[in-house]
Design a protein around this ligand. Structure first.
Ligand code: DAH
Length: 339
């Protein structure tokens, strides 16, 4: 039995050397010193021994068990250290490698032009105002001197939520909301999304953007309107741009006008871009109608003002030579990447 025990110790020690992973090590432990292991099998035969032999063999068996256990735990420590090492090597990060550049998006061309116009007006002391896209009929039409059945409503058909609530067709309602909440002097622009129930084509979309402007103070005249809008045209299209003001009609301004810029392509000769006109329409404008001032509780005998509204898409189309409005809304990366 003694030699059997020695043999077990020897064999276990030898095998331990060869073991390469923790699972194998556990198998070995079960095989030698587990409940059904070789050592236990031998101890079960202790009964056959004489009374003198028994304690001696018992002590030896304990020694063997202890030494195997110890060897196993030493080996376990080694294996664990090896595993950590291996993991560290495989997960090593080469900090000298060039990084992956995250793909950063770009501003939408409409955003770029919108911000540019905001900056032009901020420079002239204008604040930026906002209003809701879901608007009351009152603000979108009524207060702007466009009563029910006014023909101007025909060209601004929209999407109705209820009889009284609709998607705004213009940014002009922000004029009313501003004048209701703020005493003159007022100097604001109001950029935003507007809606009309137009069929989609190269120059129409049921959703588009406008920038509204409003100035109200004592002694504001048409000269202020022209001066301000000329600065806008120069900043947008260059110092040598020529503009003209044509009489027009808007229900909420009196007098009303449209501002044209001389065609940058043909310089007034008439070409395809300006459809032979020599001029390109830029915006609508006028002196705020006394009725509109009154609707907002501002005394038209004391105050006067001017207003204007321009379509953002048109400005951007001209700026970037884009001939189809739909491109702005399709969000095709091949288009957007060009700006
Ligand atoms: N709201 C007008 C439109 O959508 C544009 C406009 C014209 C706005 C004249 C104004 C203005 O403030 O004075 O057609």
């Amino acid at each position: 039995m003694r030699s059997q025990l020695e043999q077990i110790r020897e064999q276990a020690t030898k095998e331990l050397e060869l073991i390469g992973d923790i699972k194998e090590l556990d198998n070995l432990r079960v095989r030698y010193i587990g409940k059904k292991g070789e050592l236990t099998a031998i101890l079960k035969q202790m009964g056959k021994l004489s009374a003198e032999e028994r304690p001696v063999i018992g002590q030896l068996a304990n020694e063997v068990r202890n030494s195997i256990e110890k060897a196993i735990s030493v080996r376990l420590g080694e294996l664990k250290a090896q595993a950590v090492e291996k993991q560290l090597i495989s997960e090593a990060v080469d900090v000298t490698m060039p990084g992956k550049k995250p793909a950063i998006g770009k501003k939408h061309p409409l955003t770029t032009v919108m911000e540019e116009i905001e900056e032009i007006f901020s420079g002239m002391g204008f604040d930026i105002a906002e209003g809701p896209e879901v608007e009351y009929d009152y603000y979108n039409f009524e207060a702007l001197n466009i009563p029910k059945n006014h023909p101007a409503r025909d060209t601004q058909d929209t999407f109705y939520i209820t009889d009284n609530i609709l998607l705004r067709t213009q940014t002009s309602p922000v004029q009313i909301r501003t004048m209701e909440n703020q005493k003159p002097p007022i100097r604001i622009i109001a950029p935003g999304r507007v809606y009309r129930s137009d069929a989609v084509d190269a120059t129409h979309s049921p959703v588009f953007h406008q920038i509204e402007g409003l100035v109200v103070d004592k002694g504001i005249t048409m000269a202020d309107l022209k001066g301000t809008l000329e600065i806008l045209a120069k900043r947008l299209y260059g110092d040598d741009v020529k503009v003209r003001f044509r009489p027009h009609h808007f229900p909420f301004t009196e007098p009303s006008a449209e501002m044209d810029a001389m065609c940058f392509s043909c310089h007034g000769e008439g070409c395809r871009l300006c459809k032979g006109e020599g001029w390109i329409e830029i915006l609508g404008c006028g002196m705020v109608h006394p009725k509109v001032l009154k609707n907002c509780g501002i005394d038209p005998t004391e105050y006067s003002g001017f207003a204007f509204g321009l379509g953002l898409e048109r400005v951007a189309m001209r700026r970037y030579n884009i001939d189809d409005l739909r491109l702005f809304f399709e969000n095709d990366l091949r288009f957007l990447k060009q700006f």
